[in-house]
Design a protein around this ligand. Structure first.
Ligand code: ADP
Ligand code: MG
Length: 424
């Protein structure tokens, strides 16, 4: 679709292209484009106001401008129809529409003010990692805008997160869908790990779903970090309790990619059972939940466990339950894969790349070859979605798996970002 305001779209493109051009003659290059954009929208008072704030006198700029800031402010004017999707500790997430392209996008507003200084590192981490990690199963960062003490990440929009999806769409836990979700999650994860990044906060709320295509994308890289072998000590205050690996719960500060695999294993069991597999309400409670299902670890099941900082010799001794009792609906191959993801000893836990080769996924290849391209685990990454069959689409729809609810306009104003920036 051509942009509704071609002159403004052109101005924004040239501003983006000029970000690193420090010798840019703004009155030669930018002024004519701004003039055209203003003529194109004679009633656009906000655009005129922004231009004036950057020393525009009606025909030229009176002084040099910060191209990045100017571009951010103009882009902010193009988002409309804001709808709050979620609020975390350092970010608020909105759905918005870009008036130029008609695209629905996600706008994640990160606070960078004095009280939240500690979050600056988090924000920088999220931006820099997401910029590098381009993959069909990782949410796409499209742009970054800033405005005084706020940073806005503009991302592709998906319908909902996996937790919401499980709640509103019972067909999501149909076993063939679980297999497709797991495959996609592992594809994204294998790519992340191959790029020497740990996600460190995998949970259903940070996995996004596009329900039309059943596509899965990993999101929220706020706690992610790069690693370089050999592994070093990292903070152990990571990963939401229910998805936290036992080596972190036992005080380990040297950990690596297996912590993400543990979380994916927990998500796998949750997809099958509909509820989290280990539901502790404290670190020790979480450990005991794990011990009661997998058996209390010992030197035999985890070499070195007794040397972990928080290991106690007085931990109760629970026997392990057969995996078939933990996820009775899952096929034996799926149960085998899950048990390899939930191994105590991180060094014997399966990797994402190995998991993609597991026989559990072999029939996924055949079932998707007809429509969706190759799911060959060794093939370069594709979007390995397994769309709901006609029948399950119907049953999903009848089970209230509705598309995103009609958009509620919260701000009649033209500028969504201006509205949130003003704290409304
Ligand atoms: N790109 C997106 N598309 C749709 N919903 C999203 C998107 N990004 C985030 N969300 C929703 O917003 C919630 C919070 O976003 P997230 O990036 O996880 O921020 P936080 O760091 O606050 O947890 C997610 O759990 C999800 O429900
Ligand atoms: Mg999150």
């Amino acid at each position: 679709m051509p942009p509704s305001k071609p002159c403004l779209a052109r101005l924004l493109t040239v501003l983006d292209d000029s970000l690193a051009d420090f010798s840019l003659d703004i009155n030669r290059v930018i002024a004519p484009l701004l003039d055209a954009a203003l003529r194109e929208s004679p009633d656009d008072a906000l655009l005129r106001e922004e231009a004036r704030a950057f020393s525009w006198n009606g025909t030229r700029f009176l002084q040099q401008i910060d191209i990045g800031a100017f571009s951010s402010r103009l882009k902010a004017l193009t988002f409309d129809g804001l709808q709050e999707k979620g609020k975390g500790s350092y970010a608020t997430v909105y759905r918005a529409v870009c008036r130029l392209s008609g695209d629905v996008i996600t706008l994640k507003k990160l606070k960078l003010d004095r009280e939240s200084e500690g979050f600056l590192g988090t924000a920088i981490r999220e931006v820099s990692l997401l910029k590098e990690l381009r993959h069909p199963n990782i949410v796409e960062l499209r742009d970054v805008l800033w405005d005084n003490h706020r940073l806005y990440l503009i991302m592709e929009h998906l319908d909902r997160d996996l937790r919401e999806h499980l709640d509103v769409c019972p067909a999501a836990s149909a076993l063939h869908n679980v297999k497709s979700y797991m495959y996609q999650m592992l594809e994204g994860m294998a790519f992340i790990h191959a790029n020497r990044v740990l996600h460190r906060d995998l949970k259903p709320q940070n996995i996004l779903v596009e329900s039309d295509t059943n596509t899965i994308k990993i999101a929220d890289f706020g706690l992610a970090r790069c690693f370089t072998p050999p592994v070093r000590a990292y903070t152990h205050e990571v990963i939401t309790l229910l998805y936290r690996a036992p080596e972190i719960l036992l005080g380990g500060t040297i950990y690596s990619t297996p912590v993400d695999i543990w979380s994916i294993g927990c998500i796998f069991a949750e997809l099958v059972n509909g509820v989290p597999v280990f539901q502790g309400d404290s670190e020790i409670g979480q450990l005991y939940q794990i011990f009661q299902v997998l058996g209390t670890p010992s030197r035999a099941t985890w070499r070195g466990v007794e040397d972990m900082p928080d290991w106690q010799h007085c931990f109760p001794h629970w026997p392990s339950k057969p995996i078939s009792q933990v996820v009775p609906r899952l096929c034996p191959q799926g149960q085998d894969l899950l048990s390899q993801m939930l191994r105590y000893d991180p060094s014997s836990r399966i990797s994402a790349r190995q998991a993609l080769q597991h026989p559990y996924f072999h029939d996924l290849t055949a079932s998707t070859l007809s429509g969706q391209g190759s799911l060959d685990p060794s093939a370069p990454t594709t979007v390995p979605s397994e769309p709901l069959s006609q029948q399950s689409q119907e049953s999903a729809a009848s089970q209230s798996c509705q598309p995103f609810p009609p958009q509620r306009r919260l701000y009649p104003t033209r500028s969504a970002v201006a509205a949130i920036a003003a704290g409304r």
